[in-house]
Write a protein that binds this ligand. Structure first.
Ligand SMILES: [Zn+2]
Ligand SMILES: [Zn+2]
Length: 136
């Protein structure tokens, strides 16, 4: 892990700001229906960190339980999607790549839940595609 790299981001209205230290250990596109619904977009892009890499320095997310194990964090003021946590992986903390101030800094390297990919939206890349989670 490169401790020297610092990424900054936040929500649309600026009420919530965060810093992450070091590189994400993974970054992916998610085509699942819940990500589609919560983002109002055909696909979401996420970056995965260890909890201790993430620091909120202004405000904090409001979390919604979208399923038994998953908490999706958003800004109560502007509604921006910011985070994702799974209680089965308590040491992981996932953030939305587009919430970065410079979203070009992190690039997804694979696709998950392509079984619910919307047919009119096609990402023409050569990245690995998983019908469900990465394990499937
Ligand atoms: Zn906001
Ligand atoms: Zn998803």
């Amino acid at each position: 892990m490169h401790k020297d790299k610092v990424l900054e981001g936040g929500c649309l209205c600026g009420a919530i700001r965060y810093r992450v230290y070091g590189e994400p250990f993974a970054a992916e596109y998610c085509h699942c229906r819940m990500c589609q619904k919560v983002a109002g977009a055909p696909v979401s892009s996420w970056m995965d960190f260890k909890v201790e890499q993430v620091q909120w320095f202004k405000g904090s997310v409001f979390e919604y339980s979208s399923s038994e194990h998953v908490r999706r964090g958003f800004c109560r003021d502007c509604g921006a999607t910011l985070s994702f946590r799974d209680s089965r992986h308590p040491d992981y903390f996932t953030l939305a790549i587009p919430s970065l101030d410079e979203p070009e800094q992190v690039q997804p390297t694979y696709h998950i839940y392509t079984e619910s990919e919307i047919s009119w939206h096609r990402i023409a890349d050569d990245l690995k595609r998983f019908p469900q989670s990465r394990q499937s």
